[in-house]
Design a binder for this molecule. Sequence first.
Ligand code: HEC
Ligand code: HEC
Ligand code: HEC
Length: 283
Amino acid sequence: MFRFLIIMFSAVSVISFSSSAVAEQAAAEQTITLKKPPEILAKWYKPANKRQVWLHTMFRLRREILAMKDYSAKGQQTELEKWSQNFIKDYKSIAEMVPEWEKFLYLDKLNELDNAVKSQQYSSIPTILKKISKSCMRCHDDYQTVATLMFRSPDFNNKIISEGFSGEKISYDEIMKQMSDSVNRINIAIKDNYFETASDVIGPLEQQLDHLATSCGDCHQDDGVPVQRIMNASRELLPELAEQLELKDQKKSGGKLGEYAVKVCAKCHSIHRLSSDLKFIID
Ligand code: HEC
Ligand code: HEC
Ligand code: HEC
């Protein structure tokens, strides 16, 4: 059976004096439903599997369809037969890997395809492929995004940052709260012209980010470039912010802090926080 996940969005909150306003509010409430794939799918992904078998089967299917289209247009029989045999094998493997998903497949169309290939009916092949491709979409509409999130996006929920500056263990949630407080304390102090108070928070903010950065290498072993970019932005911007605070320039200080929030916090959030939050919702 499917397990459904329902997210409720309360679109508006209105202070109402009439019952019709209440009805309107109820109508404005919208629901998004996401379906979880069968548990067995996990078997075809890391860490249960050595490779991302499912995903690579998918890439092959797309390539095989293109090859069949192109070779049937050119009438190249040998290549067409080779790619169609591979396609048939890979398409069938969907149901071998996840038996619950056999219902999405148009297995009867495979014979049609095979016959058309073998009897060199090149012009009918694109039509058959188009039909088969509908089965791809039927499954993708429901499951593709959720599966990507579940099996291929990094997990930050429950992630603990163990080493670090102070040596203390801390969760991602907790360090984020600390950094958010630091950024806001600087912001408030700038707005109220307490430039020294703002300066005093720069050190702690820098330490918090350094502490966070000790965790990036857990996953970014081979490609440290994105991490470097974020850390370099911080190393450049914090001294510049300190300089503007020294000059008691409210406008430029505010501008530097904003730039910091975009180049350090938002750059990471656009990839890691978004997928982490979505993952948290579906887990
Ligand atoms: C029964 C379900 C199902 C069917 C049928 C199916 N797929 Fe998929 N497909 C998935 C899931 C789930 C994913 C997400 C995999 C991931 O992101 O790791 C996916 C992802 C993909 C991707 C990767 C997209 C990307 O760029 O990340 C391609 C390409 C793809 N499928 C091609 C196909 C083709 C072509 C067919 C039909 C011939 C097909 N699939 C049929 C479930 C299905
Ligand atoms: C749990 C594993 C994990 C951790 C921890 C992690 N990352 Fe990532 N990061 C990834 C993966 C995997 C990608 C590739 C994109 C994807 O699949 O989401 C990525 C991509 C990125 C990107 C986008 C790619 C680009 O070229 O711009 C940025 C920026 C980034 N990470 C920054 C960081 C920073 C900074 C840290 C530490 C504070 C960090 N990441 C910690 C796994 C991780
Ligand atoms: C790894 C790159 C990364 C960097 C750099 C980063 N964050 Fe985050 N942030 C995350 C992730 C992942 C989450 C979701 C983690 C969670 O809630 O467990 C998150 C969540 C948050 C949250 C929500 C916390 C909650 O409890 O809902 C706040 C607030 C936040 N970050 C502030 C900041 C600020 C301010 C900065 C910059 C000074 C920053 N973050 C830099 C990755 C990053």
